[in-house]
Design a protein around this ligand. Structure first.
Ligand SMILES: Cc1c2[nH]c(c1CCC(=O)O)Cc1[nH]c(c(CCC(=O)O)c1C)Cc1[nH]c(c(CCC(=O)O)c1C)Cc1[nH]c(c(C)c1CCC(=O)O)C2
Length: 392
């Protein structure tokens, strides 16, 4: 490993010694004993000391975490050989309905990396499949819908409310996971109405979301009916996961970045807000994320999130300003930084963490999901590096 270059690193804070970080491993997390107060470090920031044992939950809530928490979108999945082995011969959507498999796959990255949160292994189309939408996930392509939705009639025919009994395998898997995870929180998730609508209208993944926007502009009745129903389904799916024990939720509006700010505010934000408001009473941190949403960050925050995910195209310091002082941020290392030499990857991670210090709270993550070709050992080195960074 080469030494950090003087010019761009001399002003960087020195990472704390790993030994002083006391990062608990999954399943062996230390809980402070009753009455055991944490000593504030000298020079601690104004943030209150963490009430949460979990660094992840503390950062989400704007409390001071014991270390910078880290997890990765798509941490469970194709970058892991143990994932590919378990999934052999089992179609993606079927794997999501087998609680034992879901528990195993969700645990794999927690065991391997010691990340600060687990993300529930499922997919954004699982609740749609559960209410009878004819769709599948095609390897290398993504979700493909047999009868795309284009009219109010289609909405009424294909989309009904999600009942907890439709996804009993999800509740079962979440309960199993909470037992296995110990003090490592589980993040439940759902696709947001716009992103789900895009798959349902286009019939599959789309680059420009042309049909989706065409319907949005031309047919407000169908748009409102569709997004209104999807908001209810998304909220119900999040609720099922939290009621079974998930301790945070993430609303993925992955494709919202394809919208102008005006269109986002007018056609999409109200429905994202409906979902986030509908789970506010559950009192778990709500993370709101999309790709390429630099221009929308303020609006996505305003939709009601506690934490806003920032993609890597935005300088995190700017992202923090756009999100505002009331909310924490998550992100935002470029997923391809894992393919850089270690010194470059670590310098980029340091820059993210340094910027993150200005936020109300910062959860380290990538700016989008782990790429399938990523070397798991690089992810492990990144997690260790993040955990060794000094919090102030
Ligand atoms: C847009 C979206 C989808 N699914 C999801 C999103 C939102 C997140 C994002 O912005 O990436 C969410 C999702 N999908 C999956 C998870 C599991 C947990 C995790 O993040 O580790 C999560 C959180 C598993 C999955 N979902 C999928 C896989 C790969 C399928 C496989 O392993 O065979 C996994 C592990 C399939 C999927 N499902 C979807 C796509 C685009 C793909 C990839 C298609 C491909 O390249 O094969 C739809």
């Amino acid at each position: 490993m080469t030494a950090p270059q003087k010019d761009d690193r001399s002003a960087e804070p020195t990472p704390a010694k790993a030994a002083s970080v006391e990062k608990p491993k999954a399943g062996e997390a230390k809980k402070p004993k009753a009455g055991e107060a944490k000593k504030p470090k000298s020079g601690a920031a104004a943030a209150p000391e963490a009430k949460s044992t979990s660094a992840f939950l503390a950062a989400c809530r704007g409390e001071k975490p014991s270390h910078v928490p880290v997890w990765f979108m798509r941490q469970a999945g194709r970058s892991l050989p143990e994932y590919r082995k378990v999934r052999e011969g089992v179609p993606m959507l079927e794997s999501c309905t087998r609680p034992e498999m879901v528990v195993e796959i969700t645990m794999q990255p927690v065991r391997r990396y010691g990340v600060d949160a687990a993300i529930f292994y499922s997919d954004i189309v699982v609740p749609l499949k559960a209410i009878g939408v004819d769709l599948d996930i095609v390897p290398g392509t993504g979700p493909v819908v047999e009868h795309p939705i284009r009219s109010v009639k289609d909405v009424e025919k294909q989309l009904r409310d999600l009942e907890p009994g439709d996804v009993s395998y999800v509740s079962e898997a979440v309960r199993g996971l909470v037992g296995e995870l110990g003090d490592t929180p589980l993040i439940g998730f759902s696709g947001a109405p716009f992103t789900l609508a895009s798959y349902l209208i286009e019939g599959g993944p789309s680059r420009d979301h042309r049909l989706t926007k065409e319907l949005m502009y031309r047919d407000p009745d169908t748009w409102d009916a569709l997004l209104g129903r999807l908001a209810k389904i998304a909220a119900a799916f999040l609720r099922v996961q939290v009621e079974a024990g998930a301790q945070a939720v993430q609303l993925f509006d992955s494709w919202a970045g394809s919208l102008s700010r005006d269109d986002y505010v007018r056609y999409v934000k109200p429905y994202a807000k409906t979902v986030l408001d509908a789970v506010a009473d559950l009192d778990v941190p709500r993370i709101h994320f999309g790709v390429g949403t630099g221009e929308l960050l303020g609006e996505m925050a305003d939709a009601g999130a506690d934490v806003v995910g920032v993609d890597w195209r935005v300088d995190l310091a700017d992202g923090i300003k756009r999100v505002g002082a009331k909310r924490a941020v998550q992100g935002n290392l470029d997923p391809t930084a894992l393919f850089a030499p270690d010194d470059i990857m670590k310098a980029k991670a340091d820059a993210v963490m340094k910027a993150g210090r200005k936020a109300r709270g910062h959860v380290f993550n990538l700016g989008h999901g782990v790429l399938p070709a990523t070397d798991p050992d690089a992810l492990k080195r990144l997690v260790d590096h993040v955990h060794a960074y000094e919090v102030r």
